[in-house]
Design a protein around this ligand. Structure first.
Ligand code: FAD
Length: 135
């Protein structure tokens, strides 16, 4: 395996009849003129949500596969609380899972630096947790 750092994939390469993907074109970051070809038996796109595959495949005449989407709608709100030293010394961490059916948020409490507790409410499905003190 070989890692090519500071390079950007700028497109797919295919056989002239478009039957087969043969690799990718790469460019050294910040060097617009230095484009080279990387041949490959298998091209795996791991470029996250900035992926250009939905552009590149139709450009080569391919039909895009149906997209599967998970609608997570995660929300979280965080406050920081000063805690007495004895709490910081003894407290580990606390996580209570959300109760989505009841529309209740979960909570995570974790000691961080400077005698501070990090308290985060979280929930999924678009029922965002409260951002006021009482909540
Ligand atoms: C603010 C924020 C907070 C988050 N918090 C959490 C969390 O607490 N817990 C959690 O589980 N998830 C969290 N996530 C989500 C998590 O970061 C992503 O789901 C995860 O990183 C996706 O991984 P990935 O490998 O698919 O893509 P990425 O991590 O996005 O990796 C893609 C890589 O490909 C590179 N790349 C892109 N295009 C090209 C190209 N053309 N050529 C070469 N390289 C390229 C990018 O530079 C990047 O390094 C958070 C996301 C954000 C934005």
């Amino acid at each position: 395996m070989r890692f090519l750092s500071n390079h950007e994939v700028i497109g797919l390469r295919a056989t002239p009849d478009g039957e087969r993907i043969t690799g990718v074109s790469v460019r050294a970051r910040g060097r617009m003129d230095e484009i080279s070809a990387l041949e490959a038996d298998l091209v795996l796109d791991a470029s996250g949500r900035s992926s250009k595959l939905t552009q590149w495949l139709p450009d080569l005449g391919y039909t895009l596969p149906a997209e599967a989407m998970v609608k997570a709608d995660i929300g979280y709100s965080t406050r920081y609380y000063r805690a007495p030293a004895h709490v910081m010394d003894t407290f580990g961490a606390l996580v209570v899972d959300e109760l989505p059916d009841e529309g209740k948020s979960g909570v995570g409490i974790l000691p961080i630096e400077n005698d501070t507790l990090w308290v985060t409410l979280f929930s999924t499905g678009g029922k965002y947790p409260s951002i006021d003190v009482d909540g």
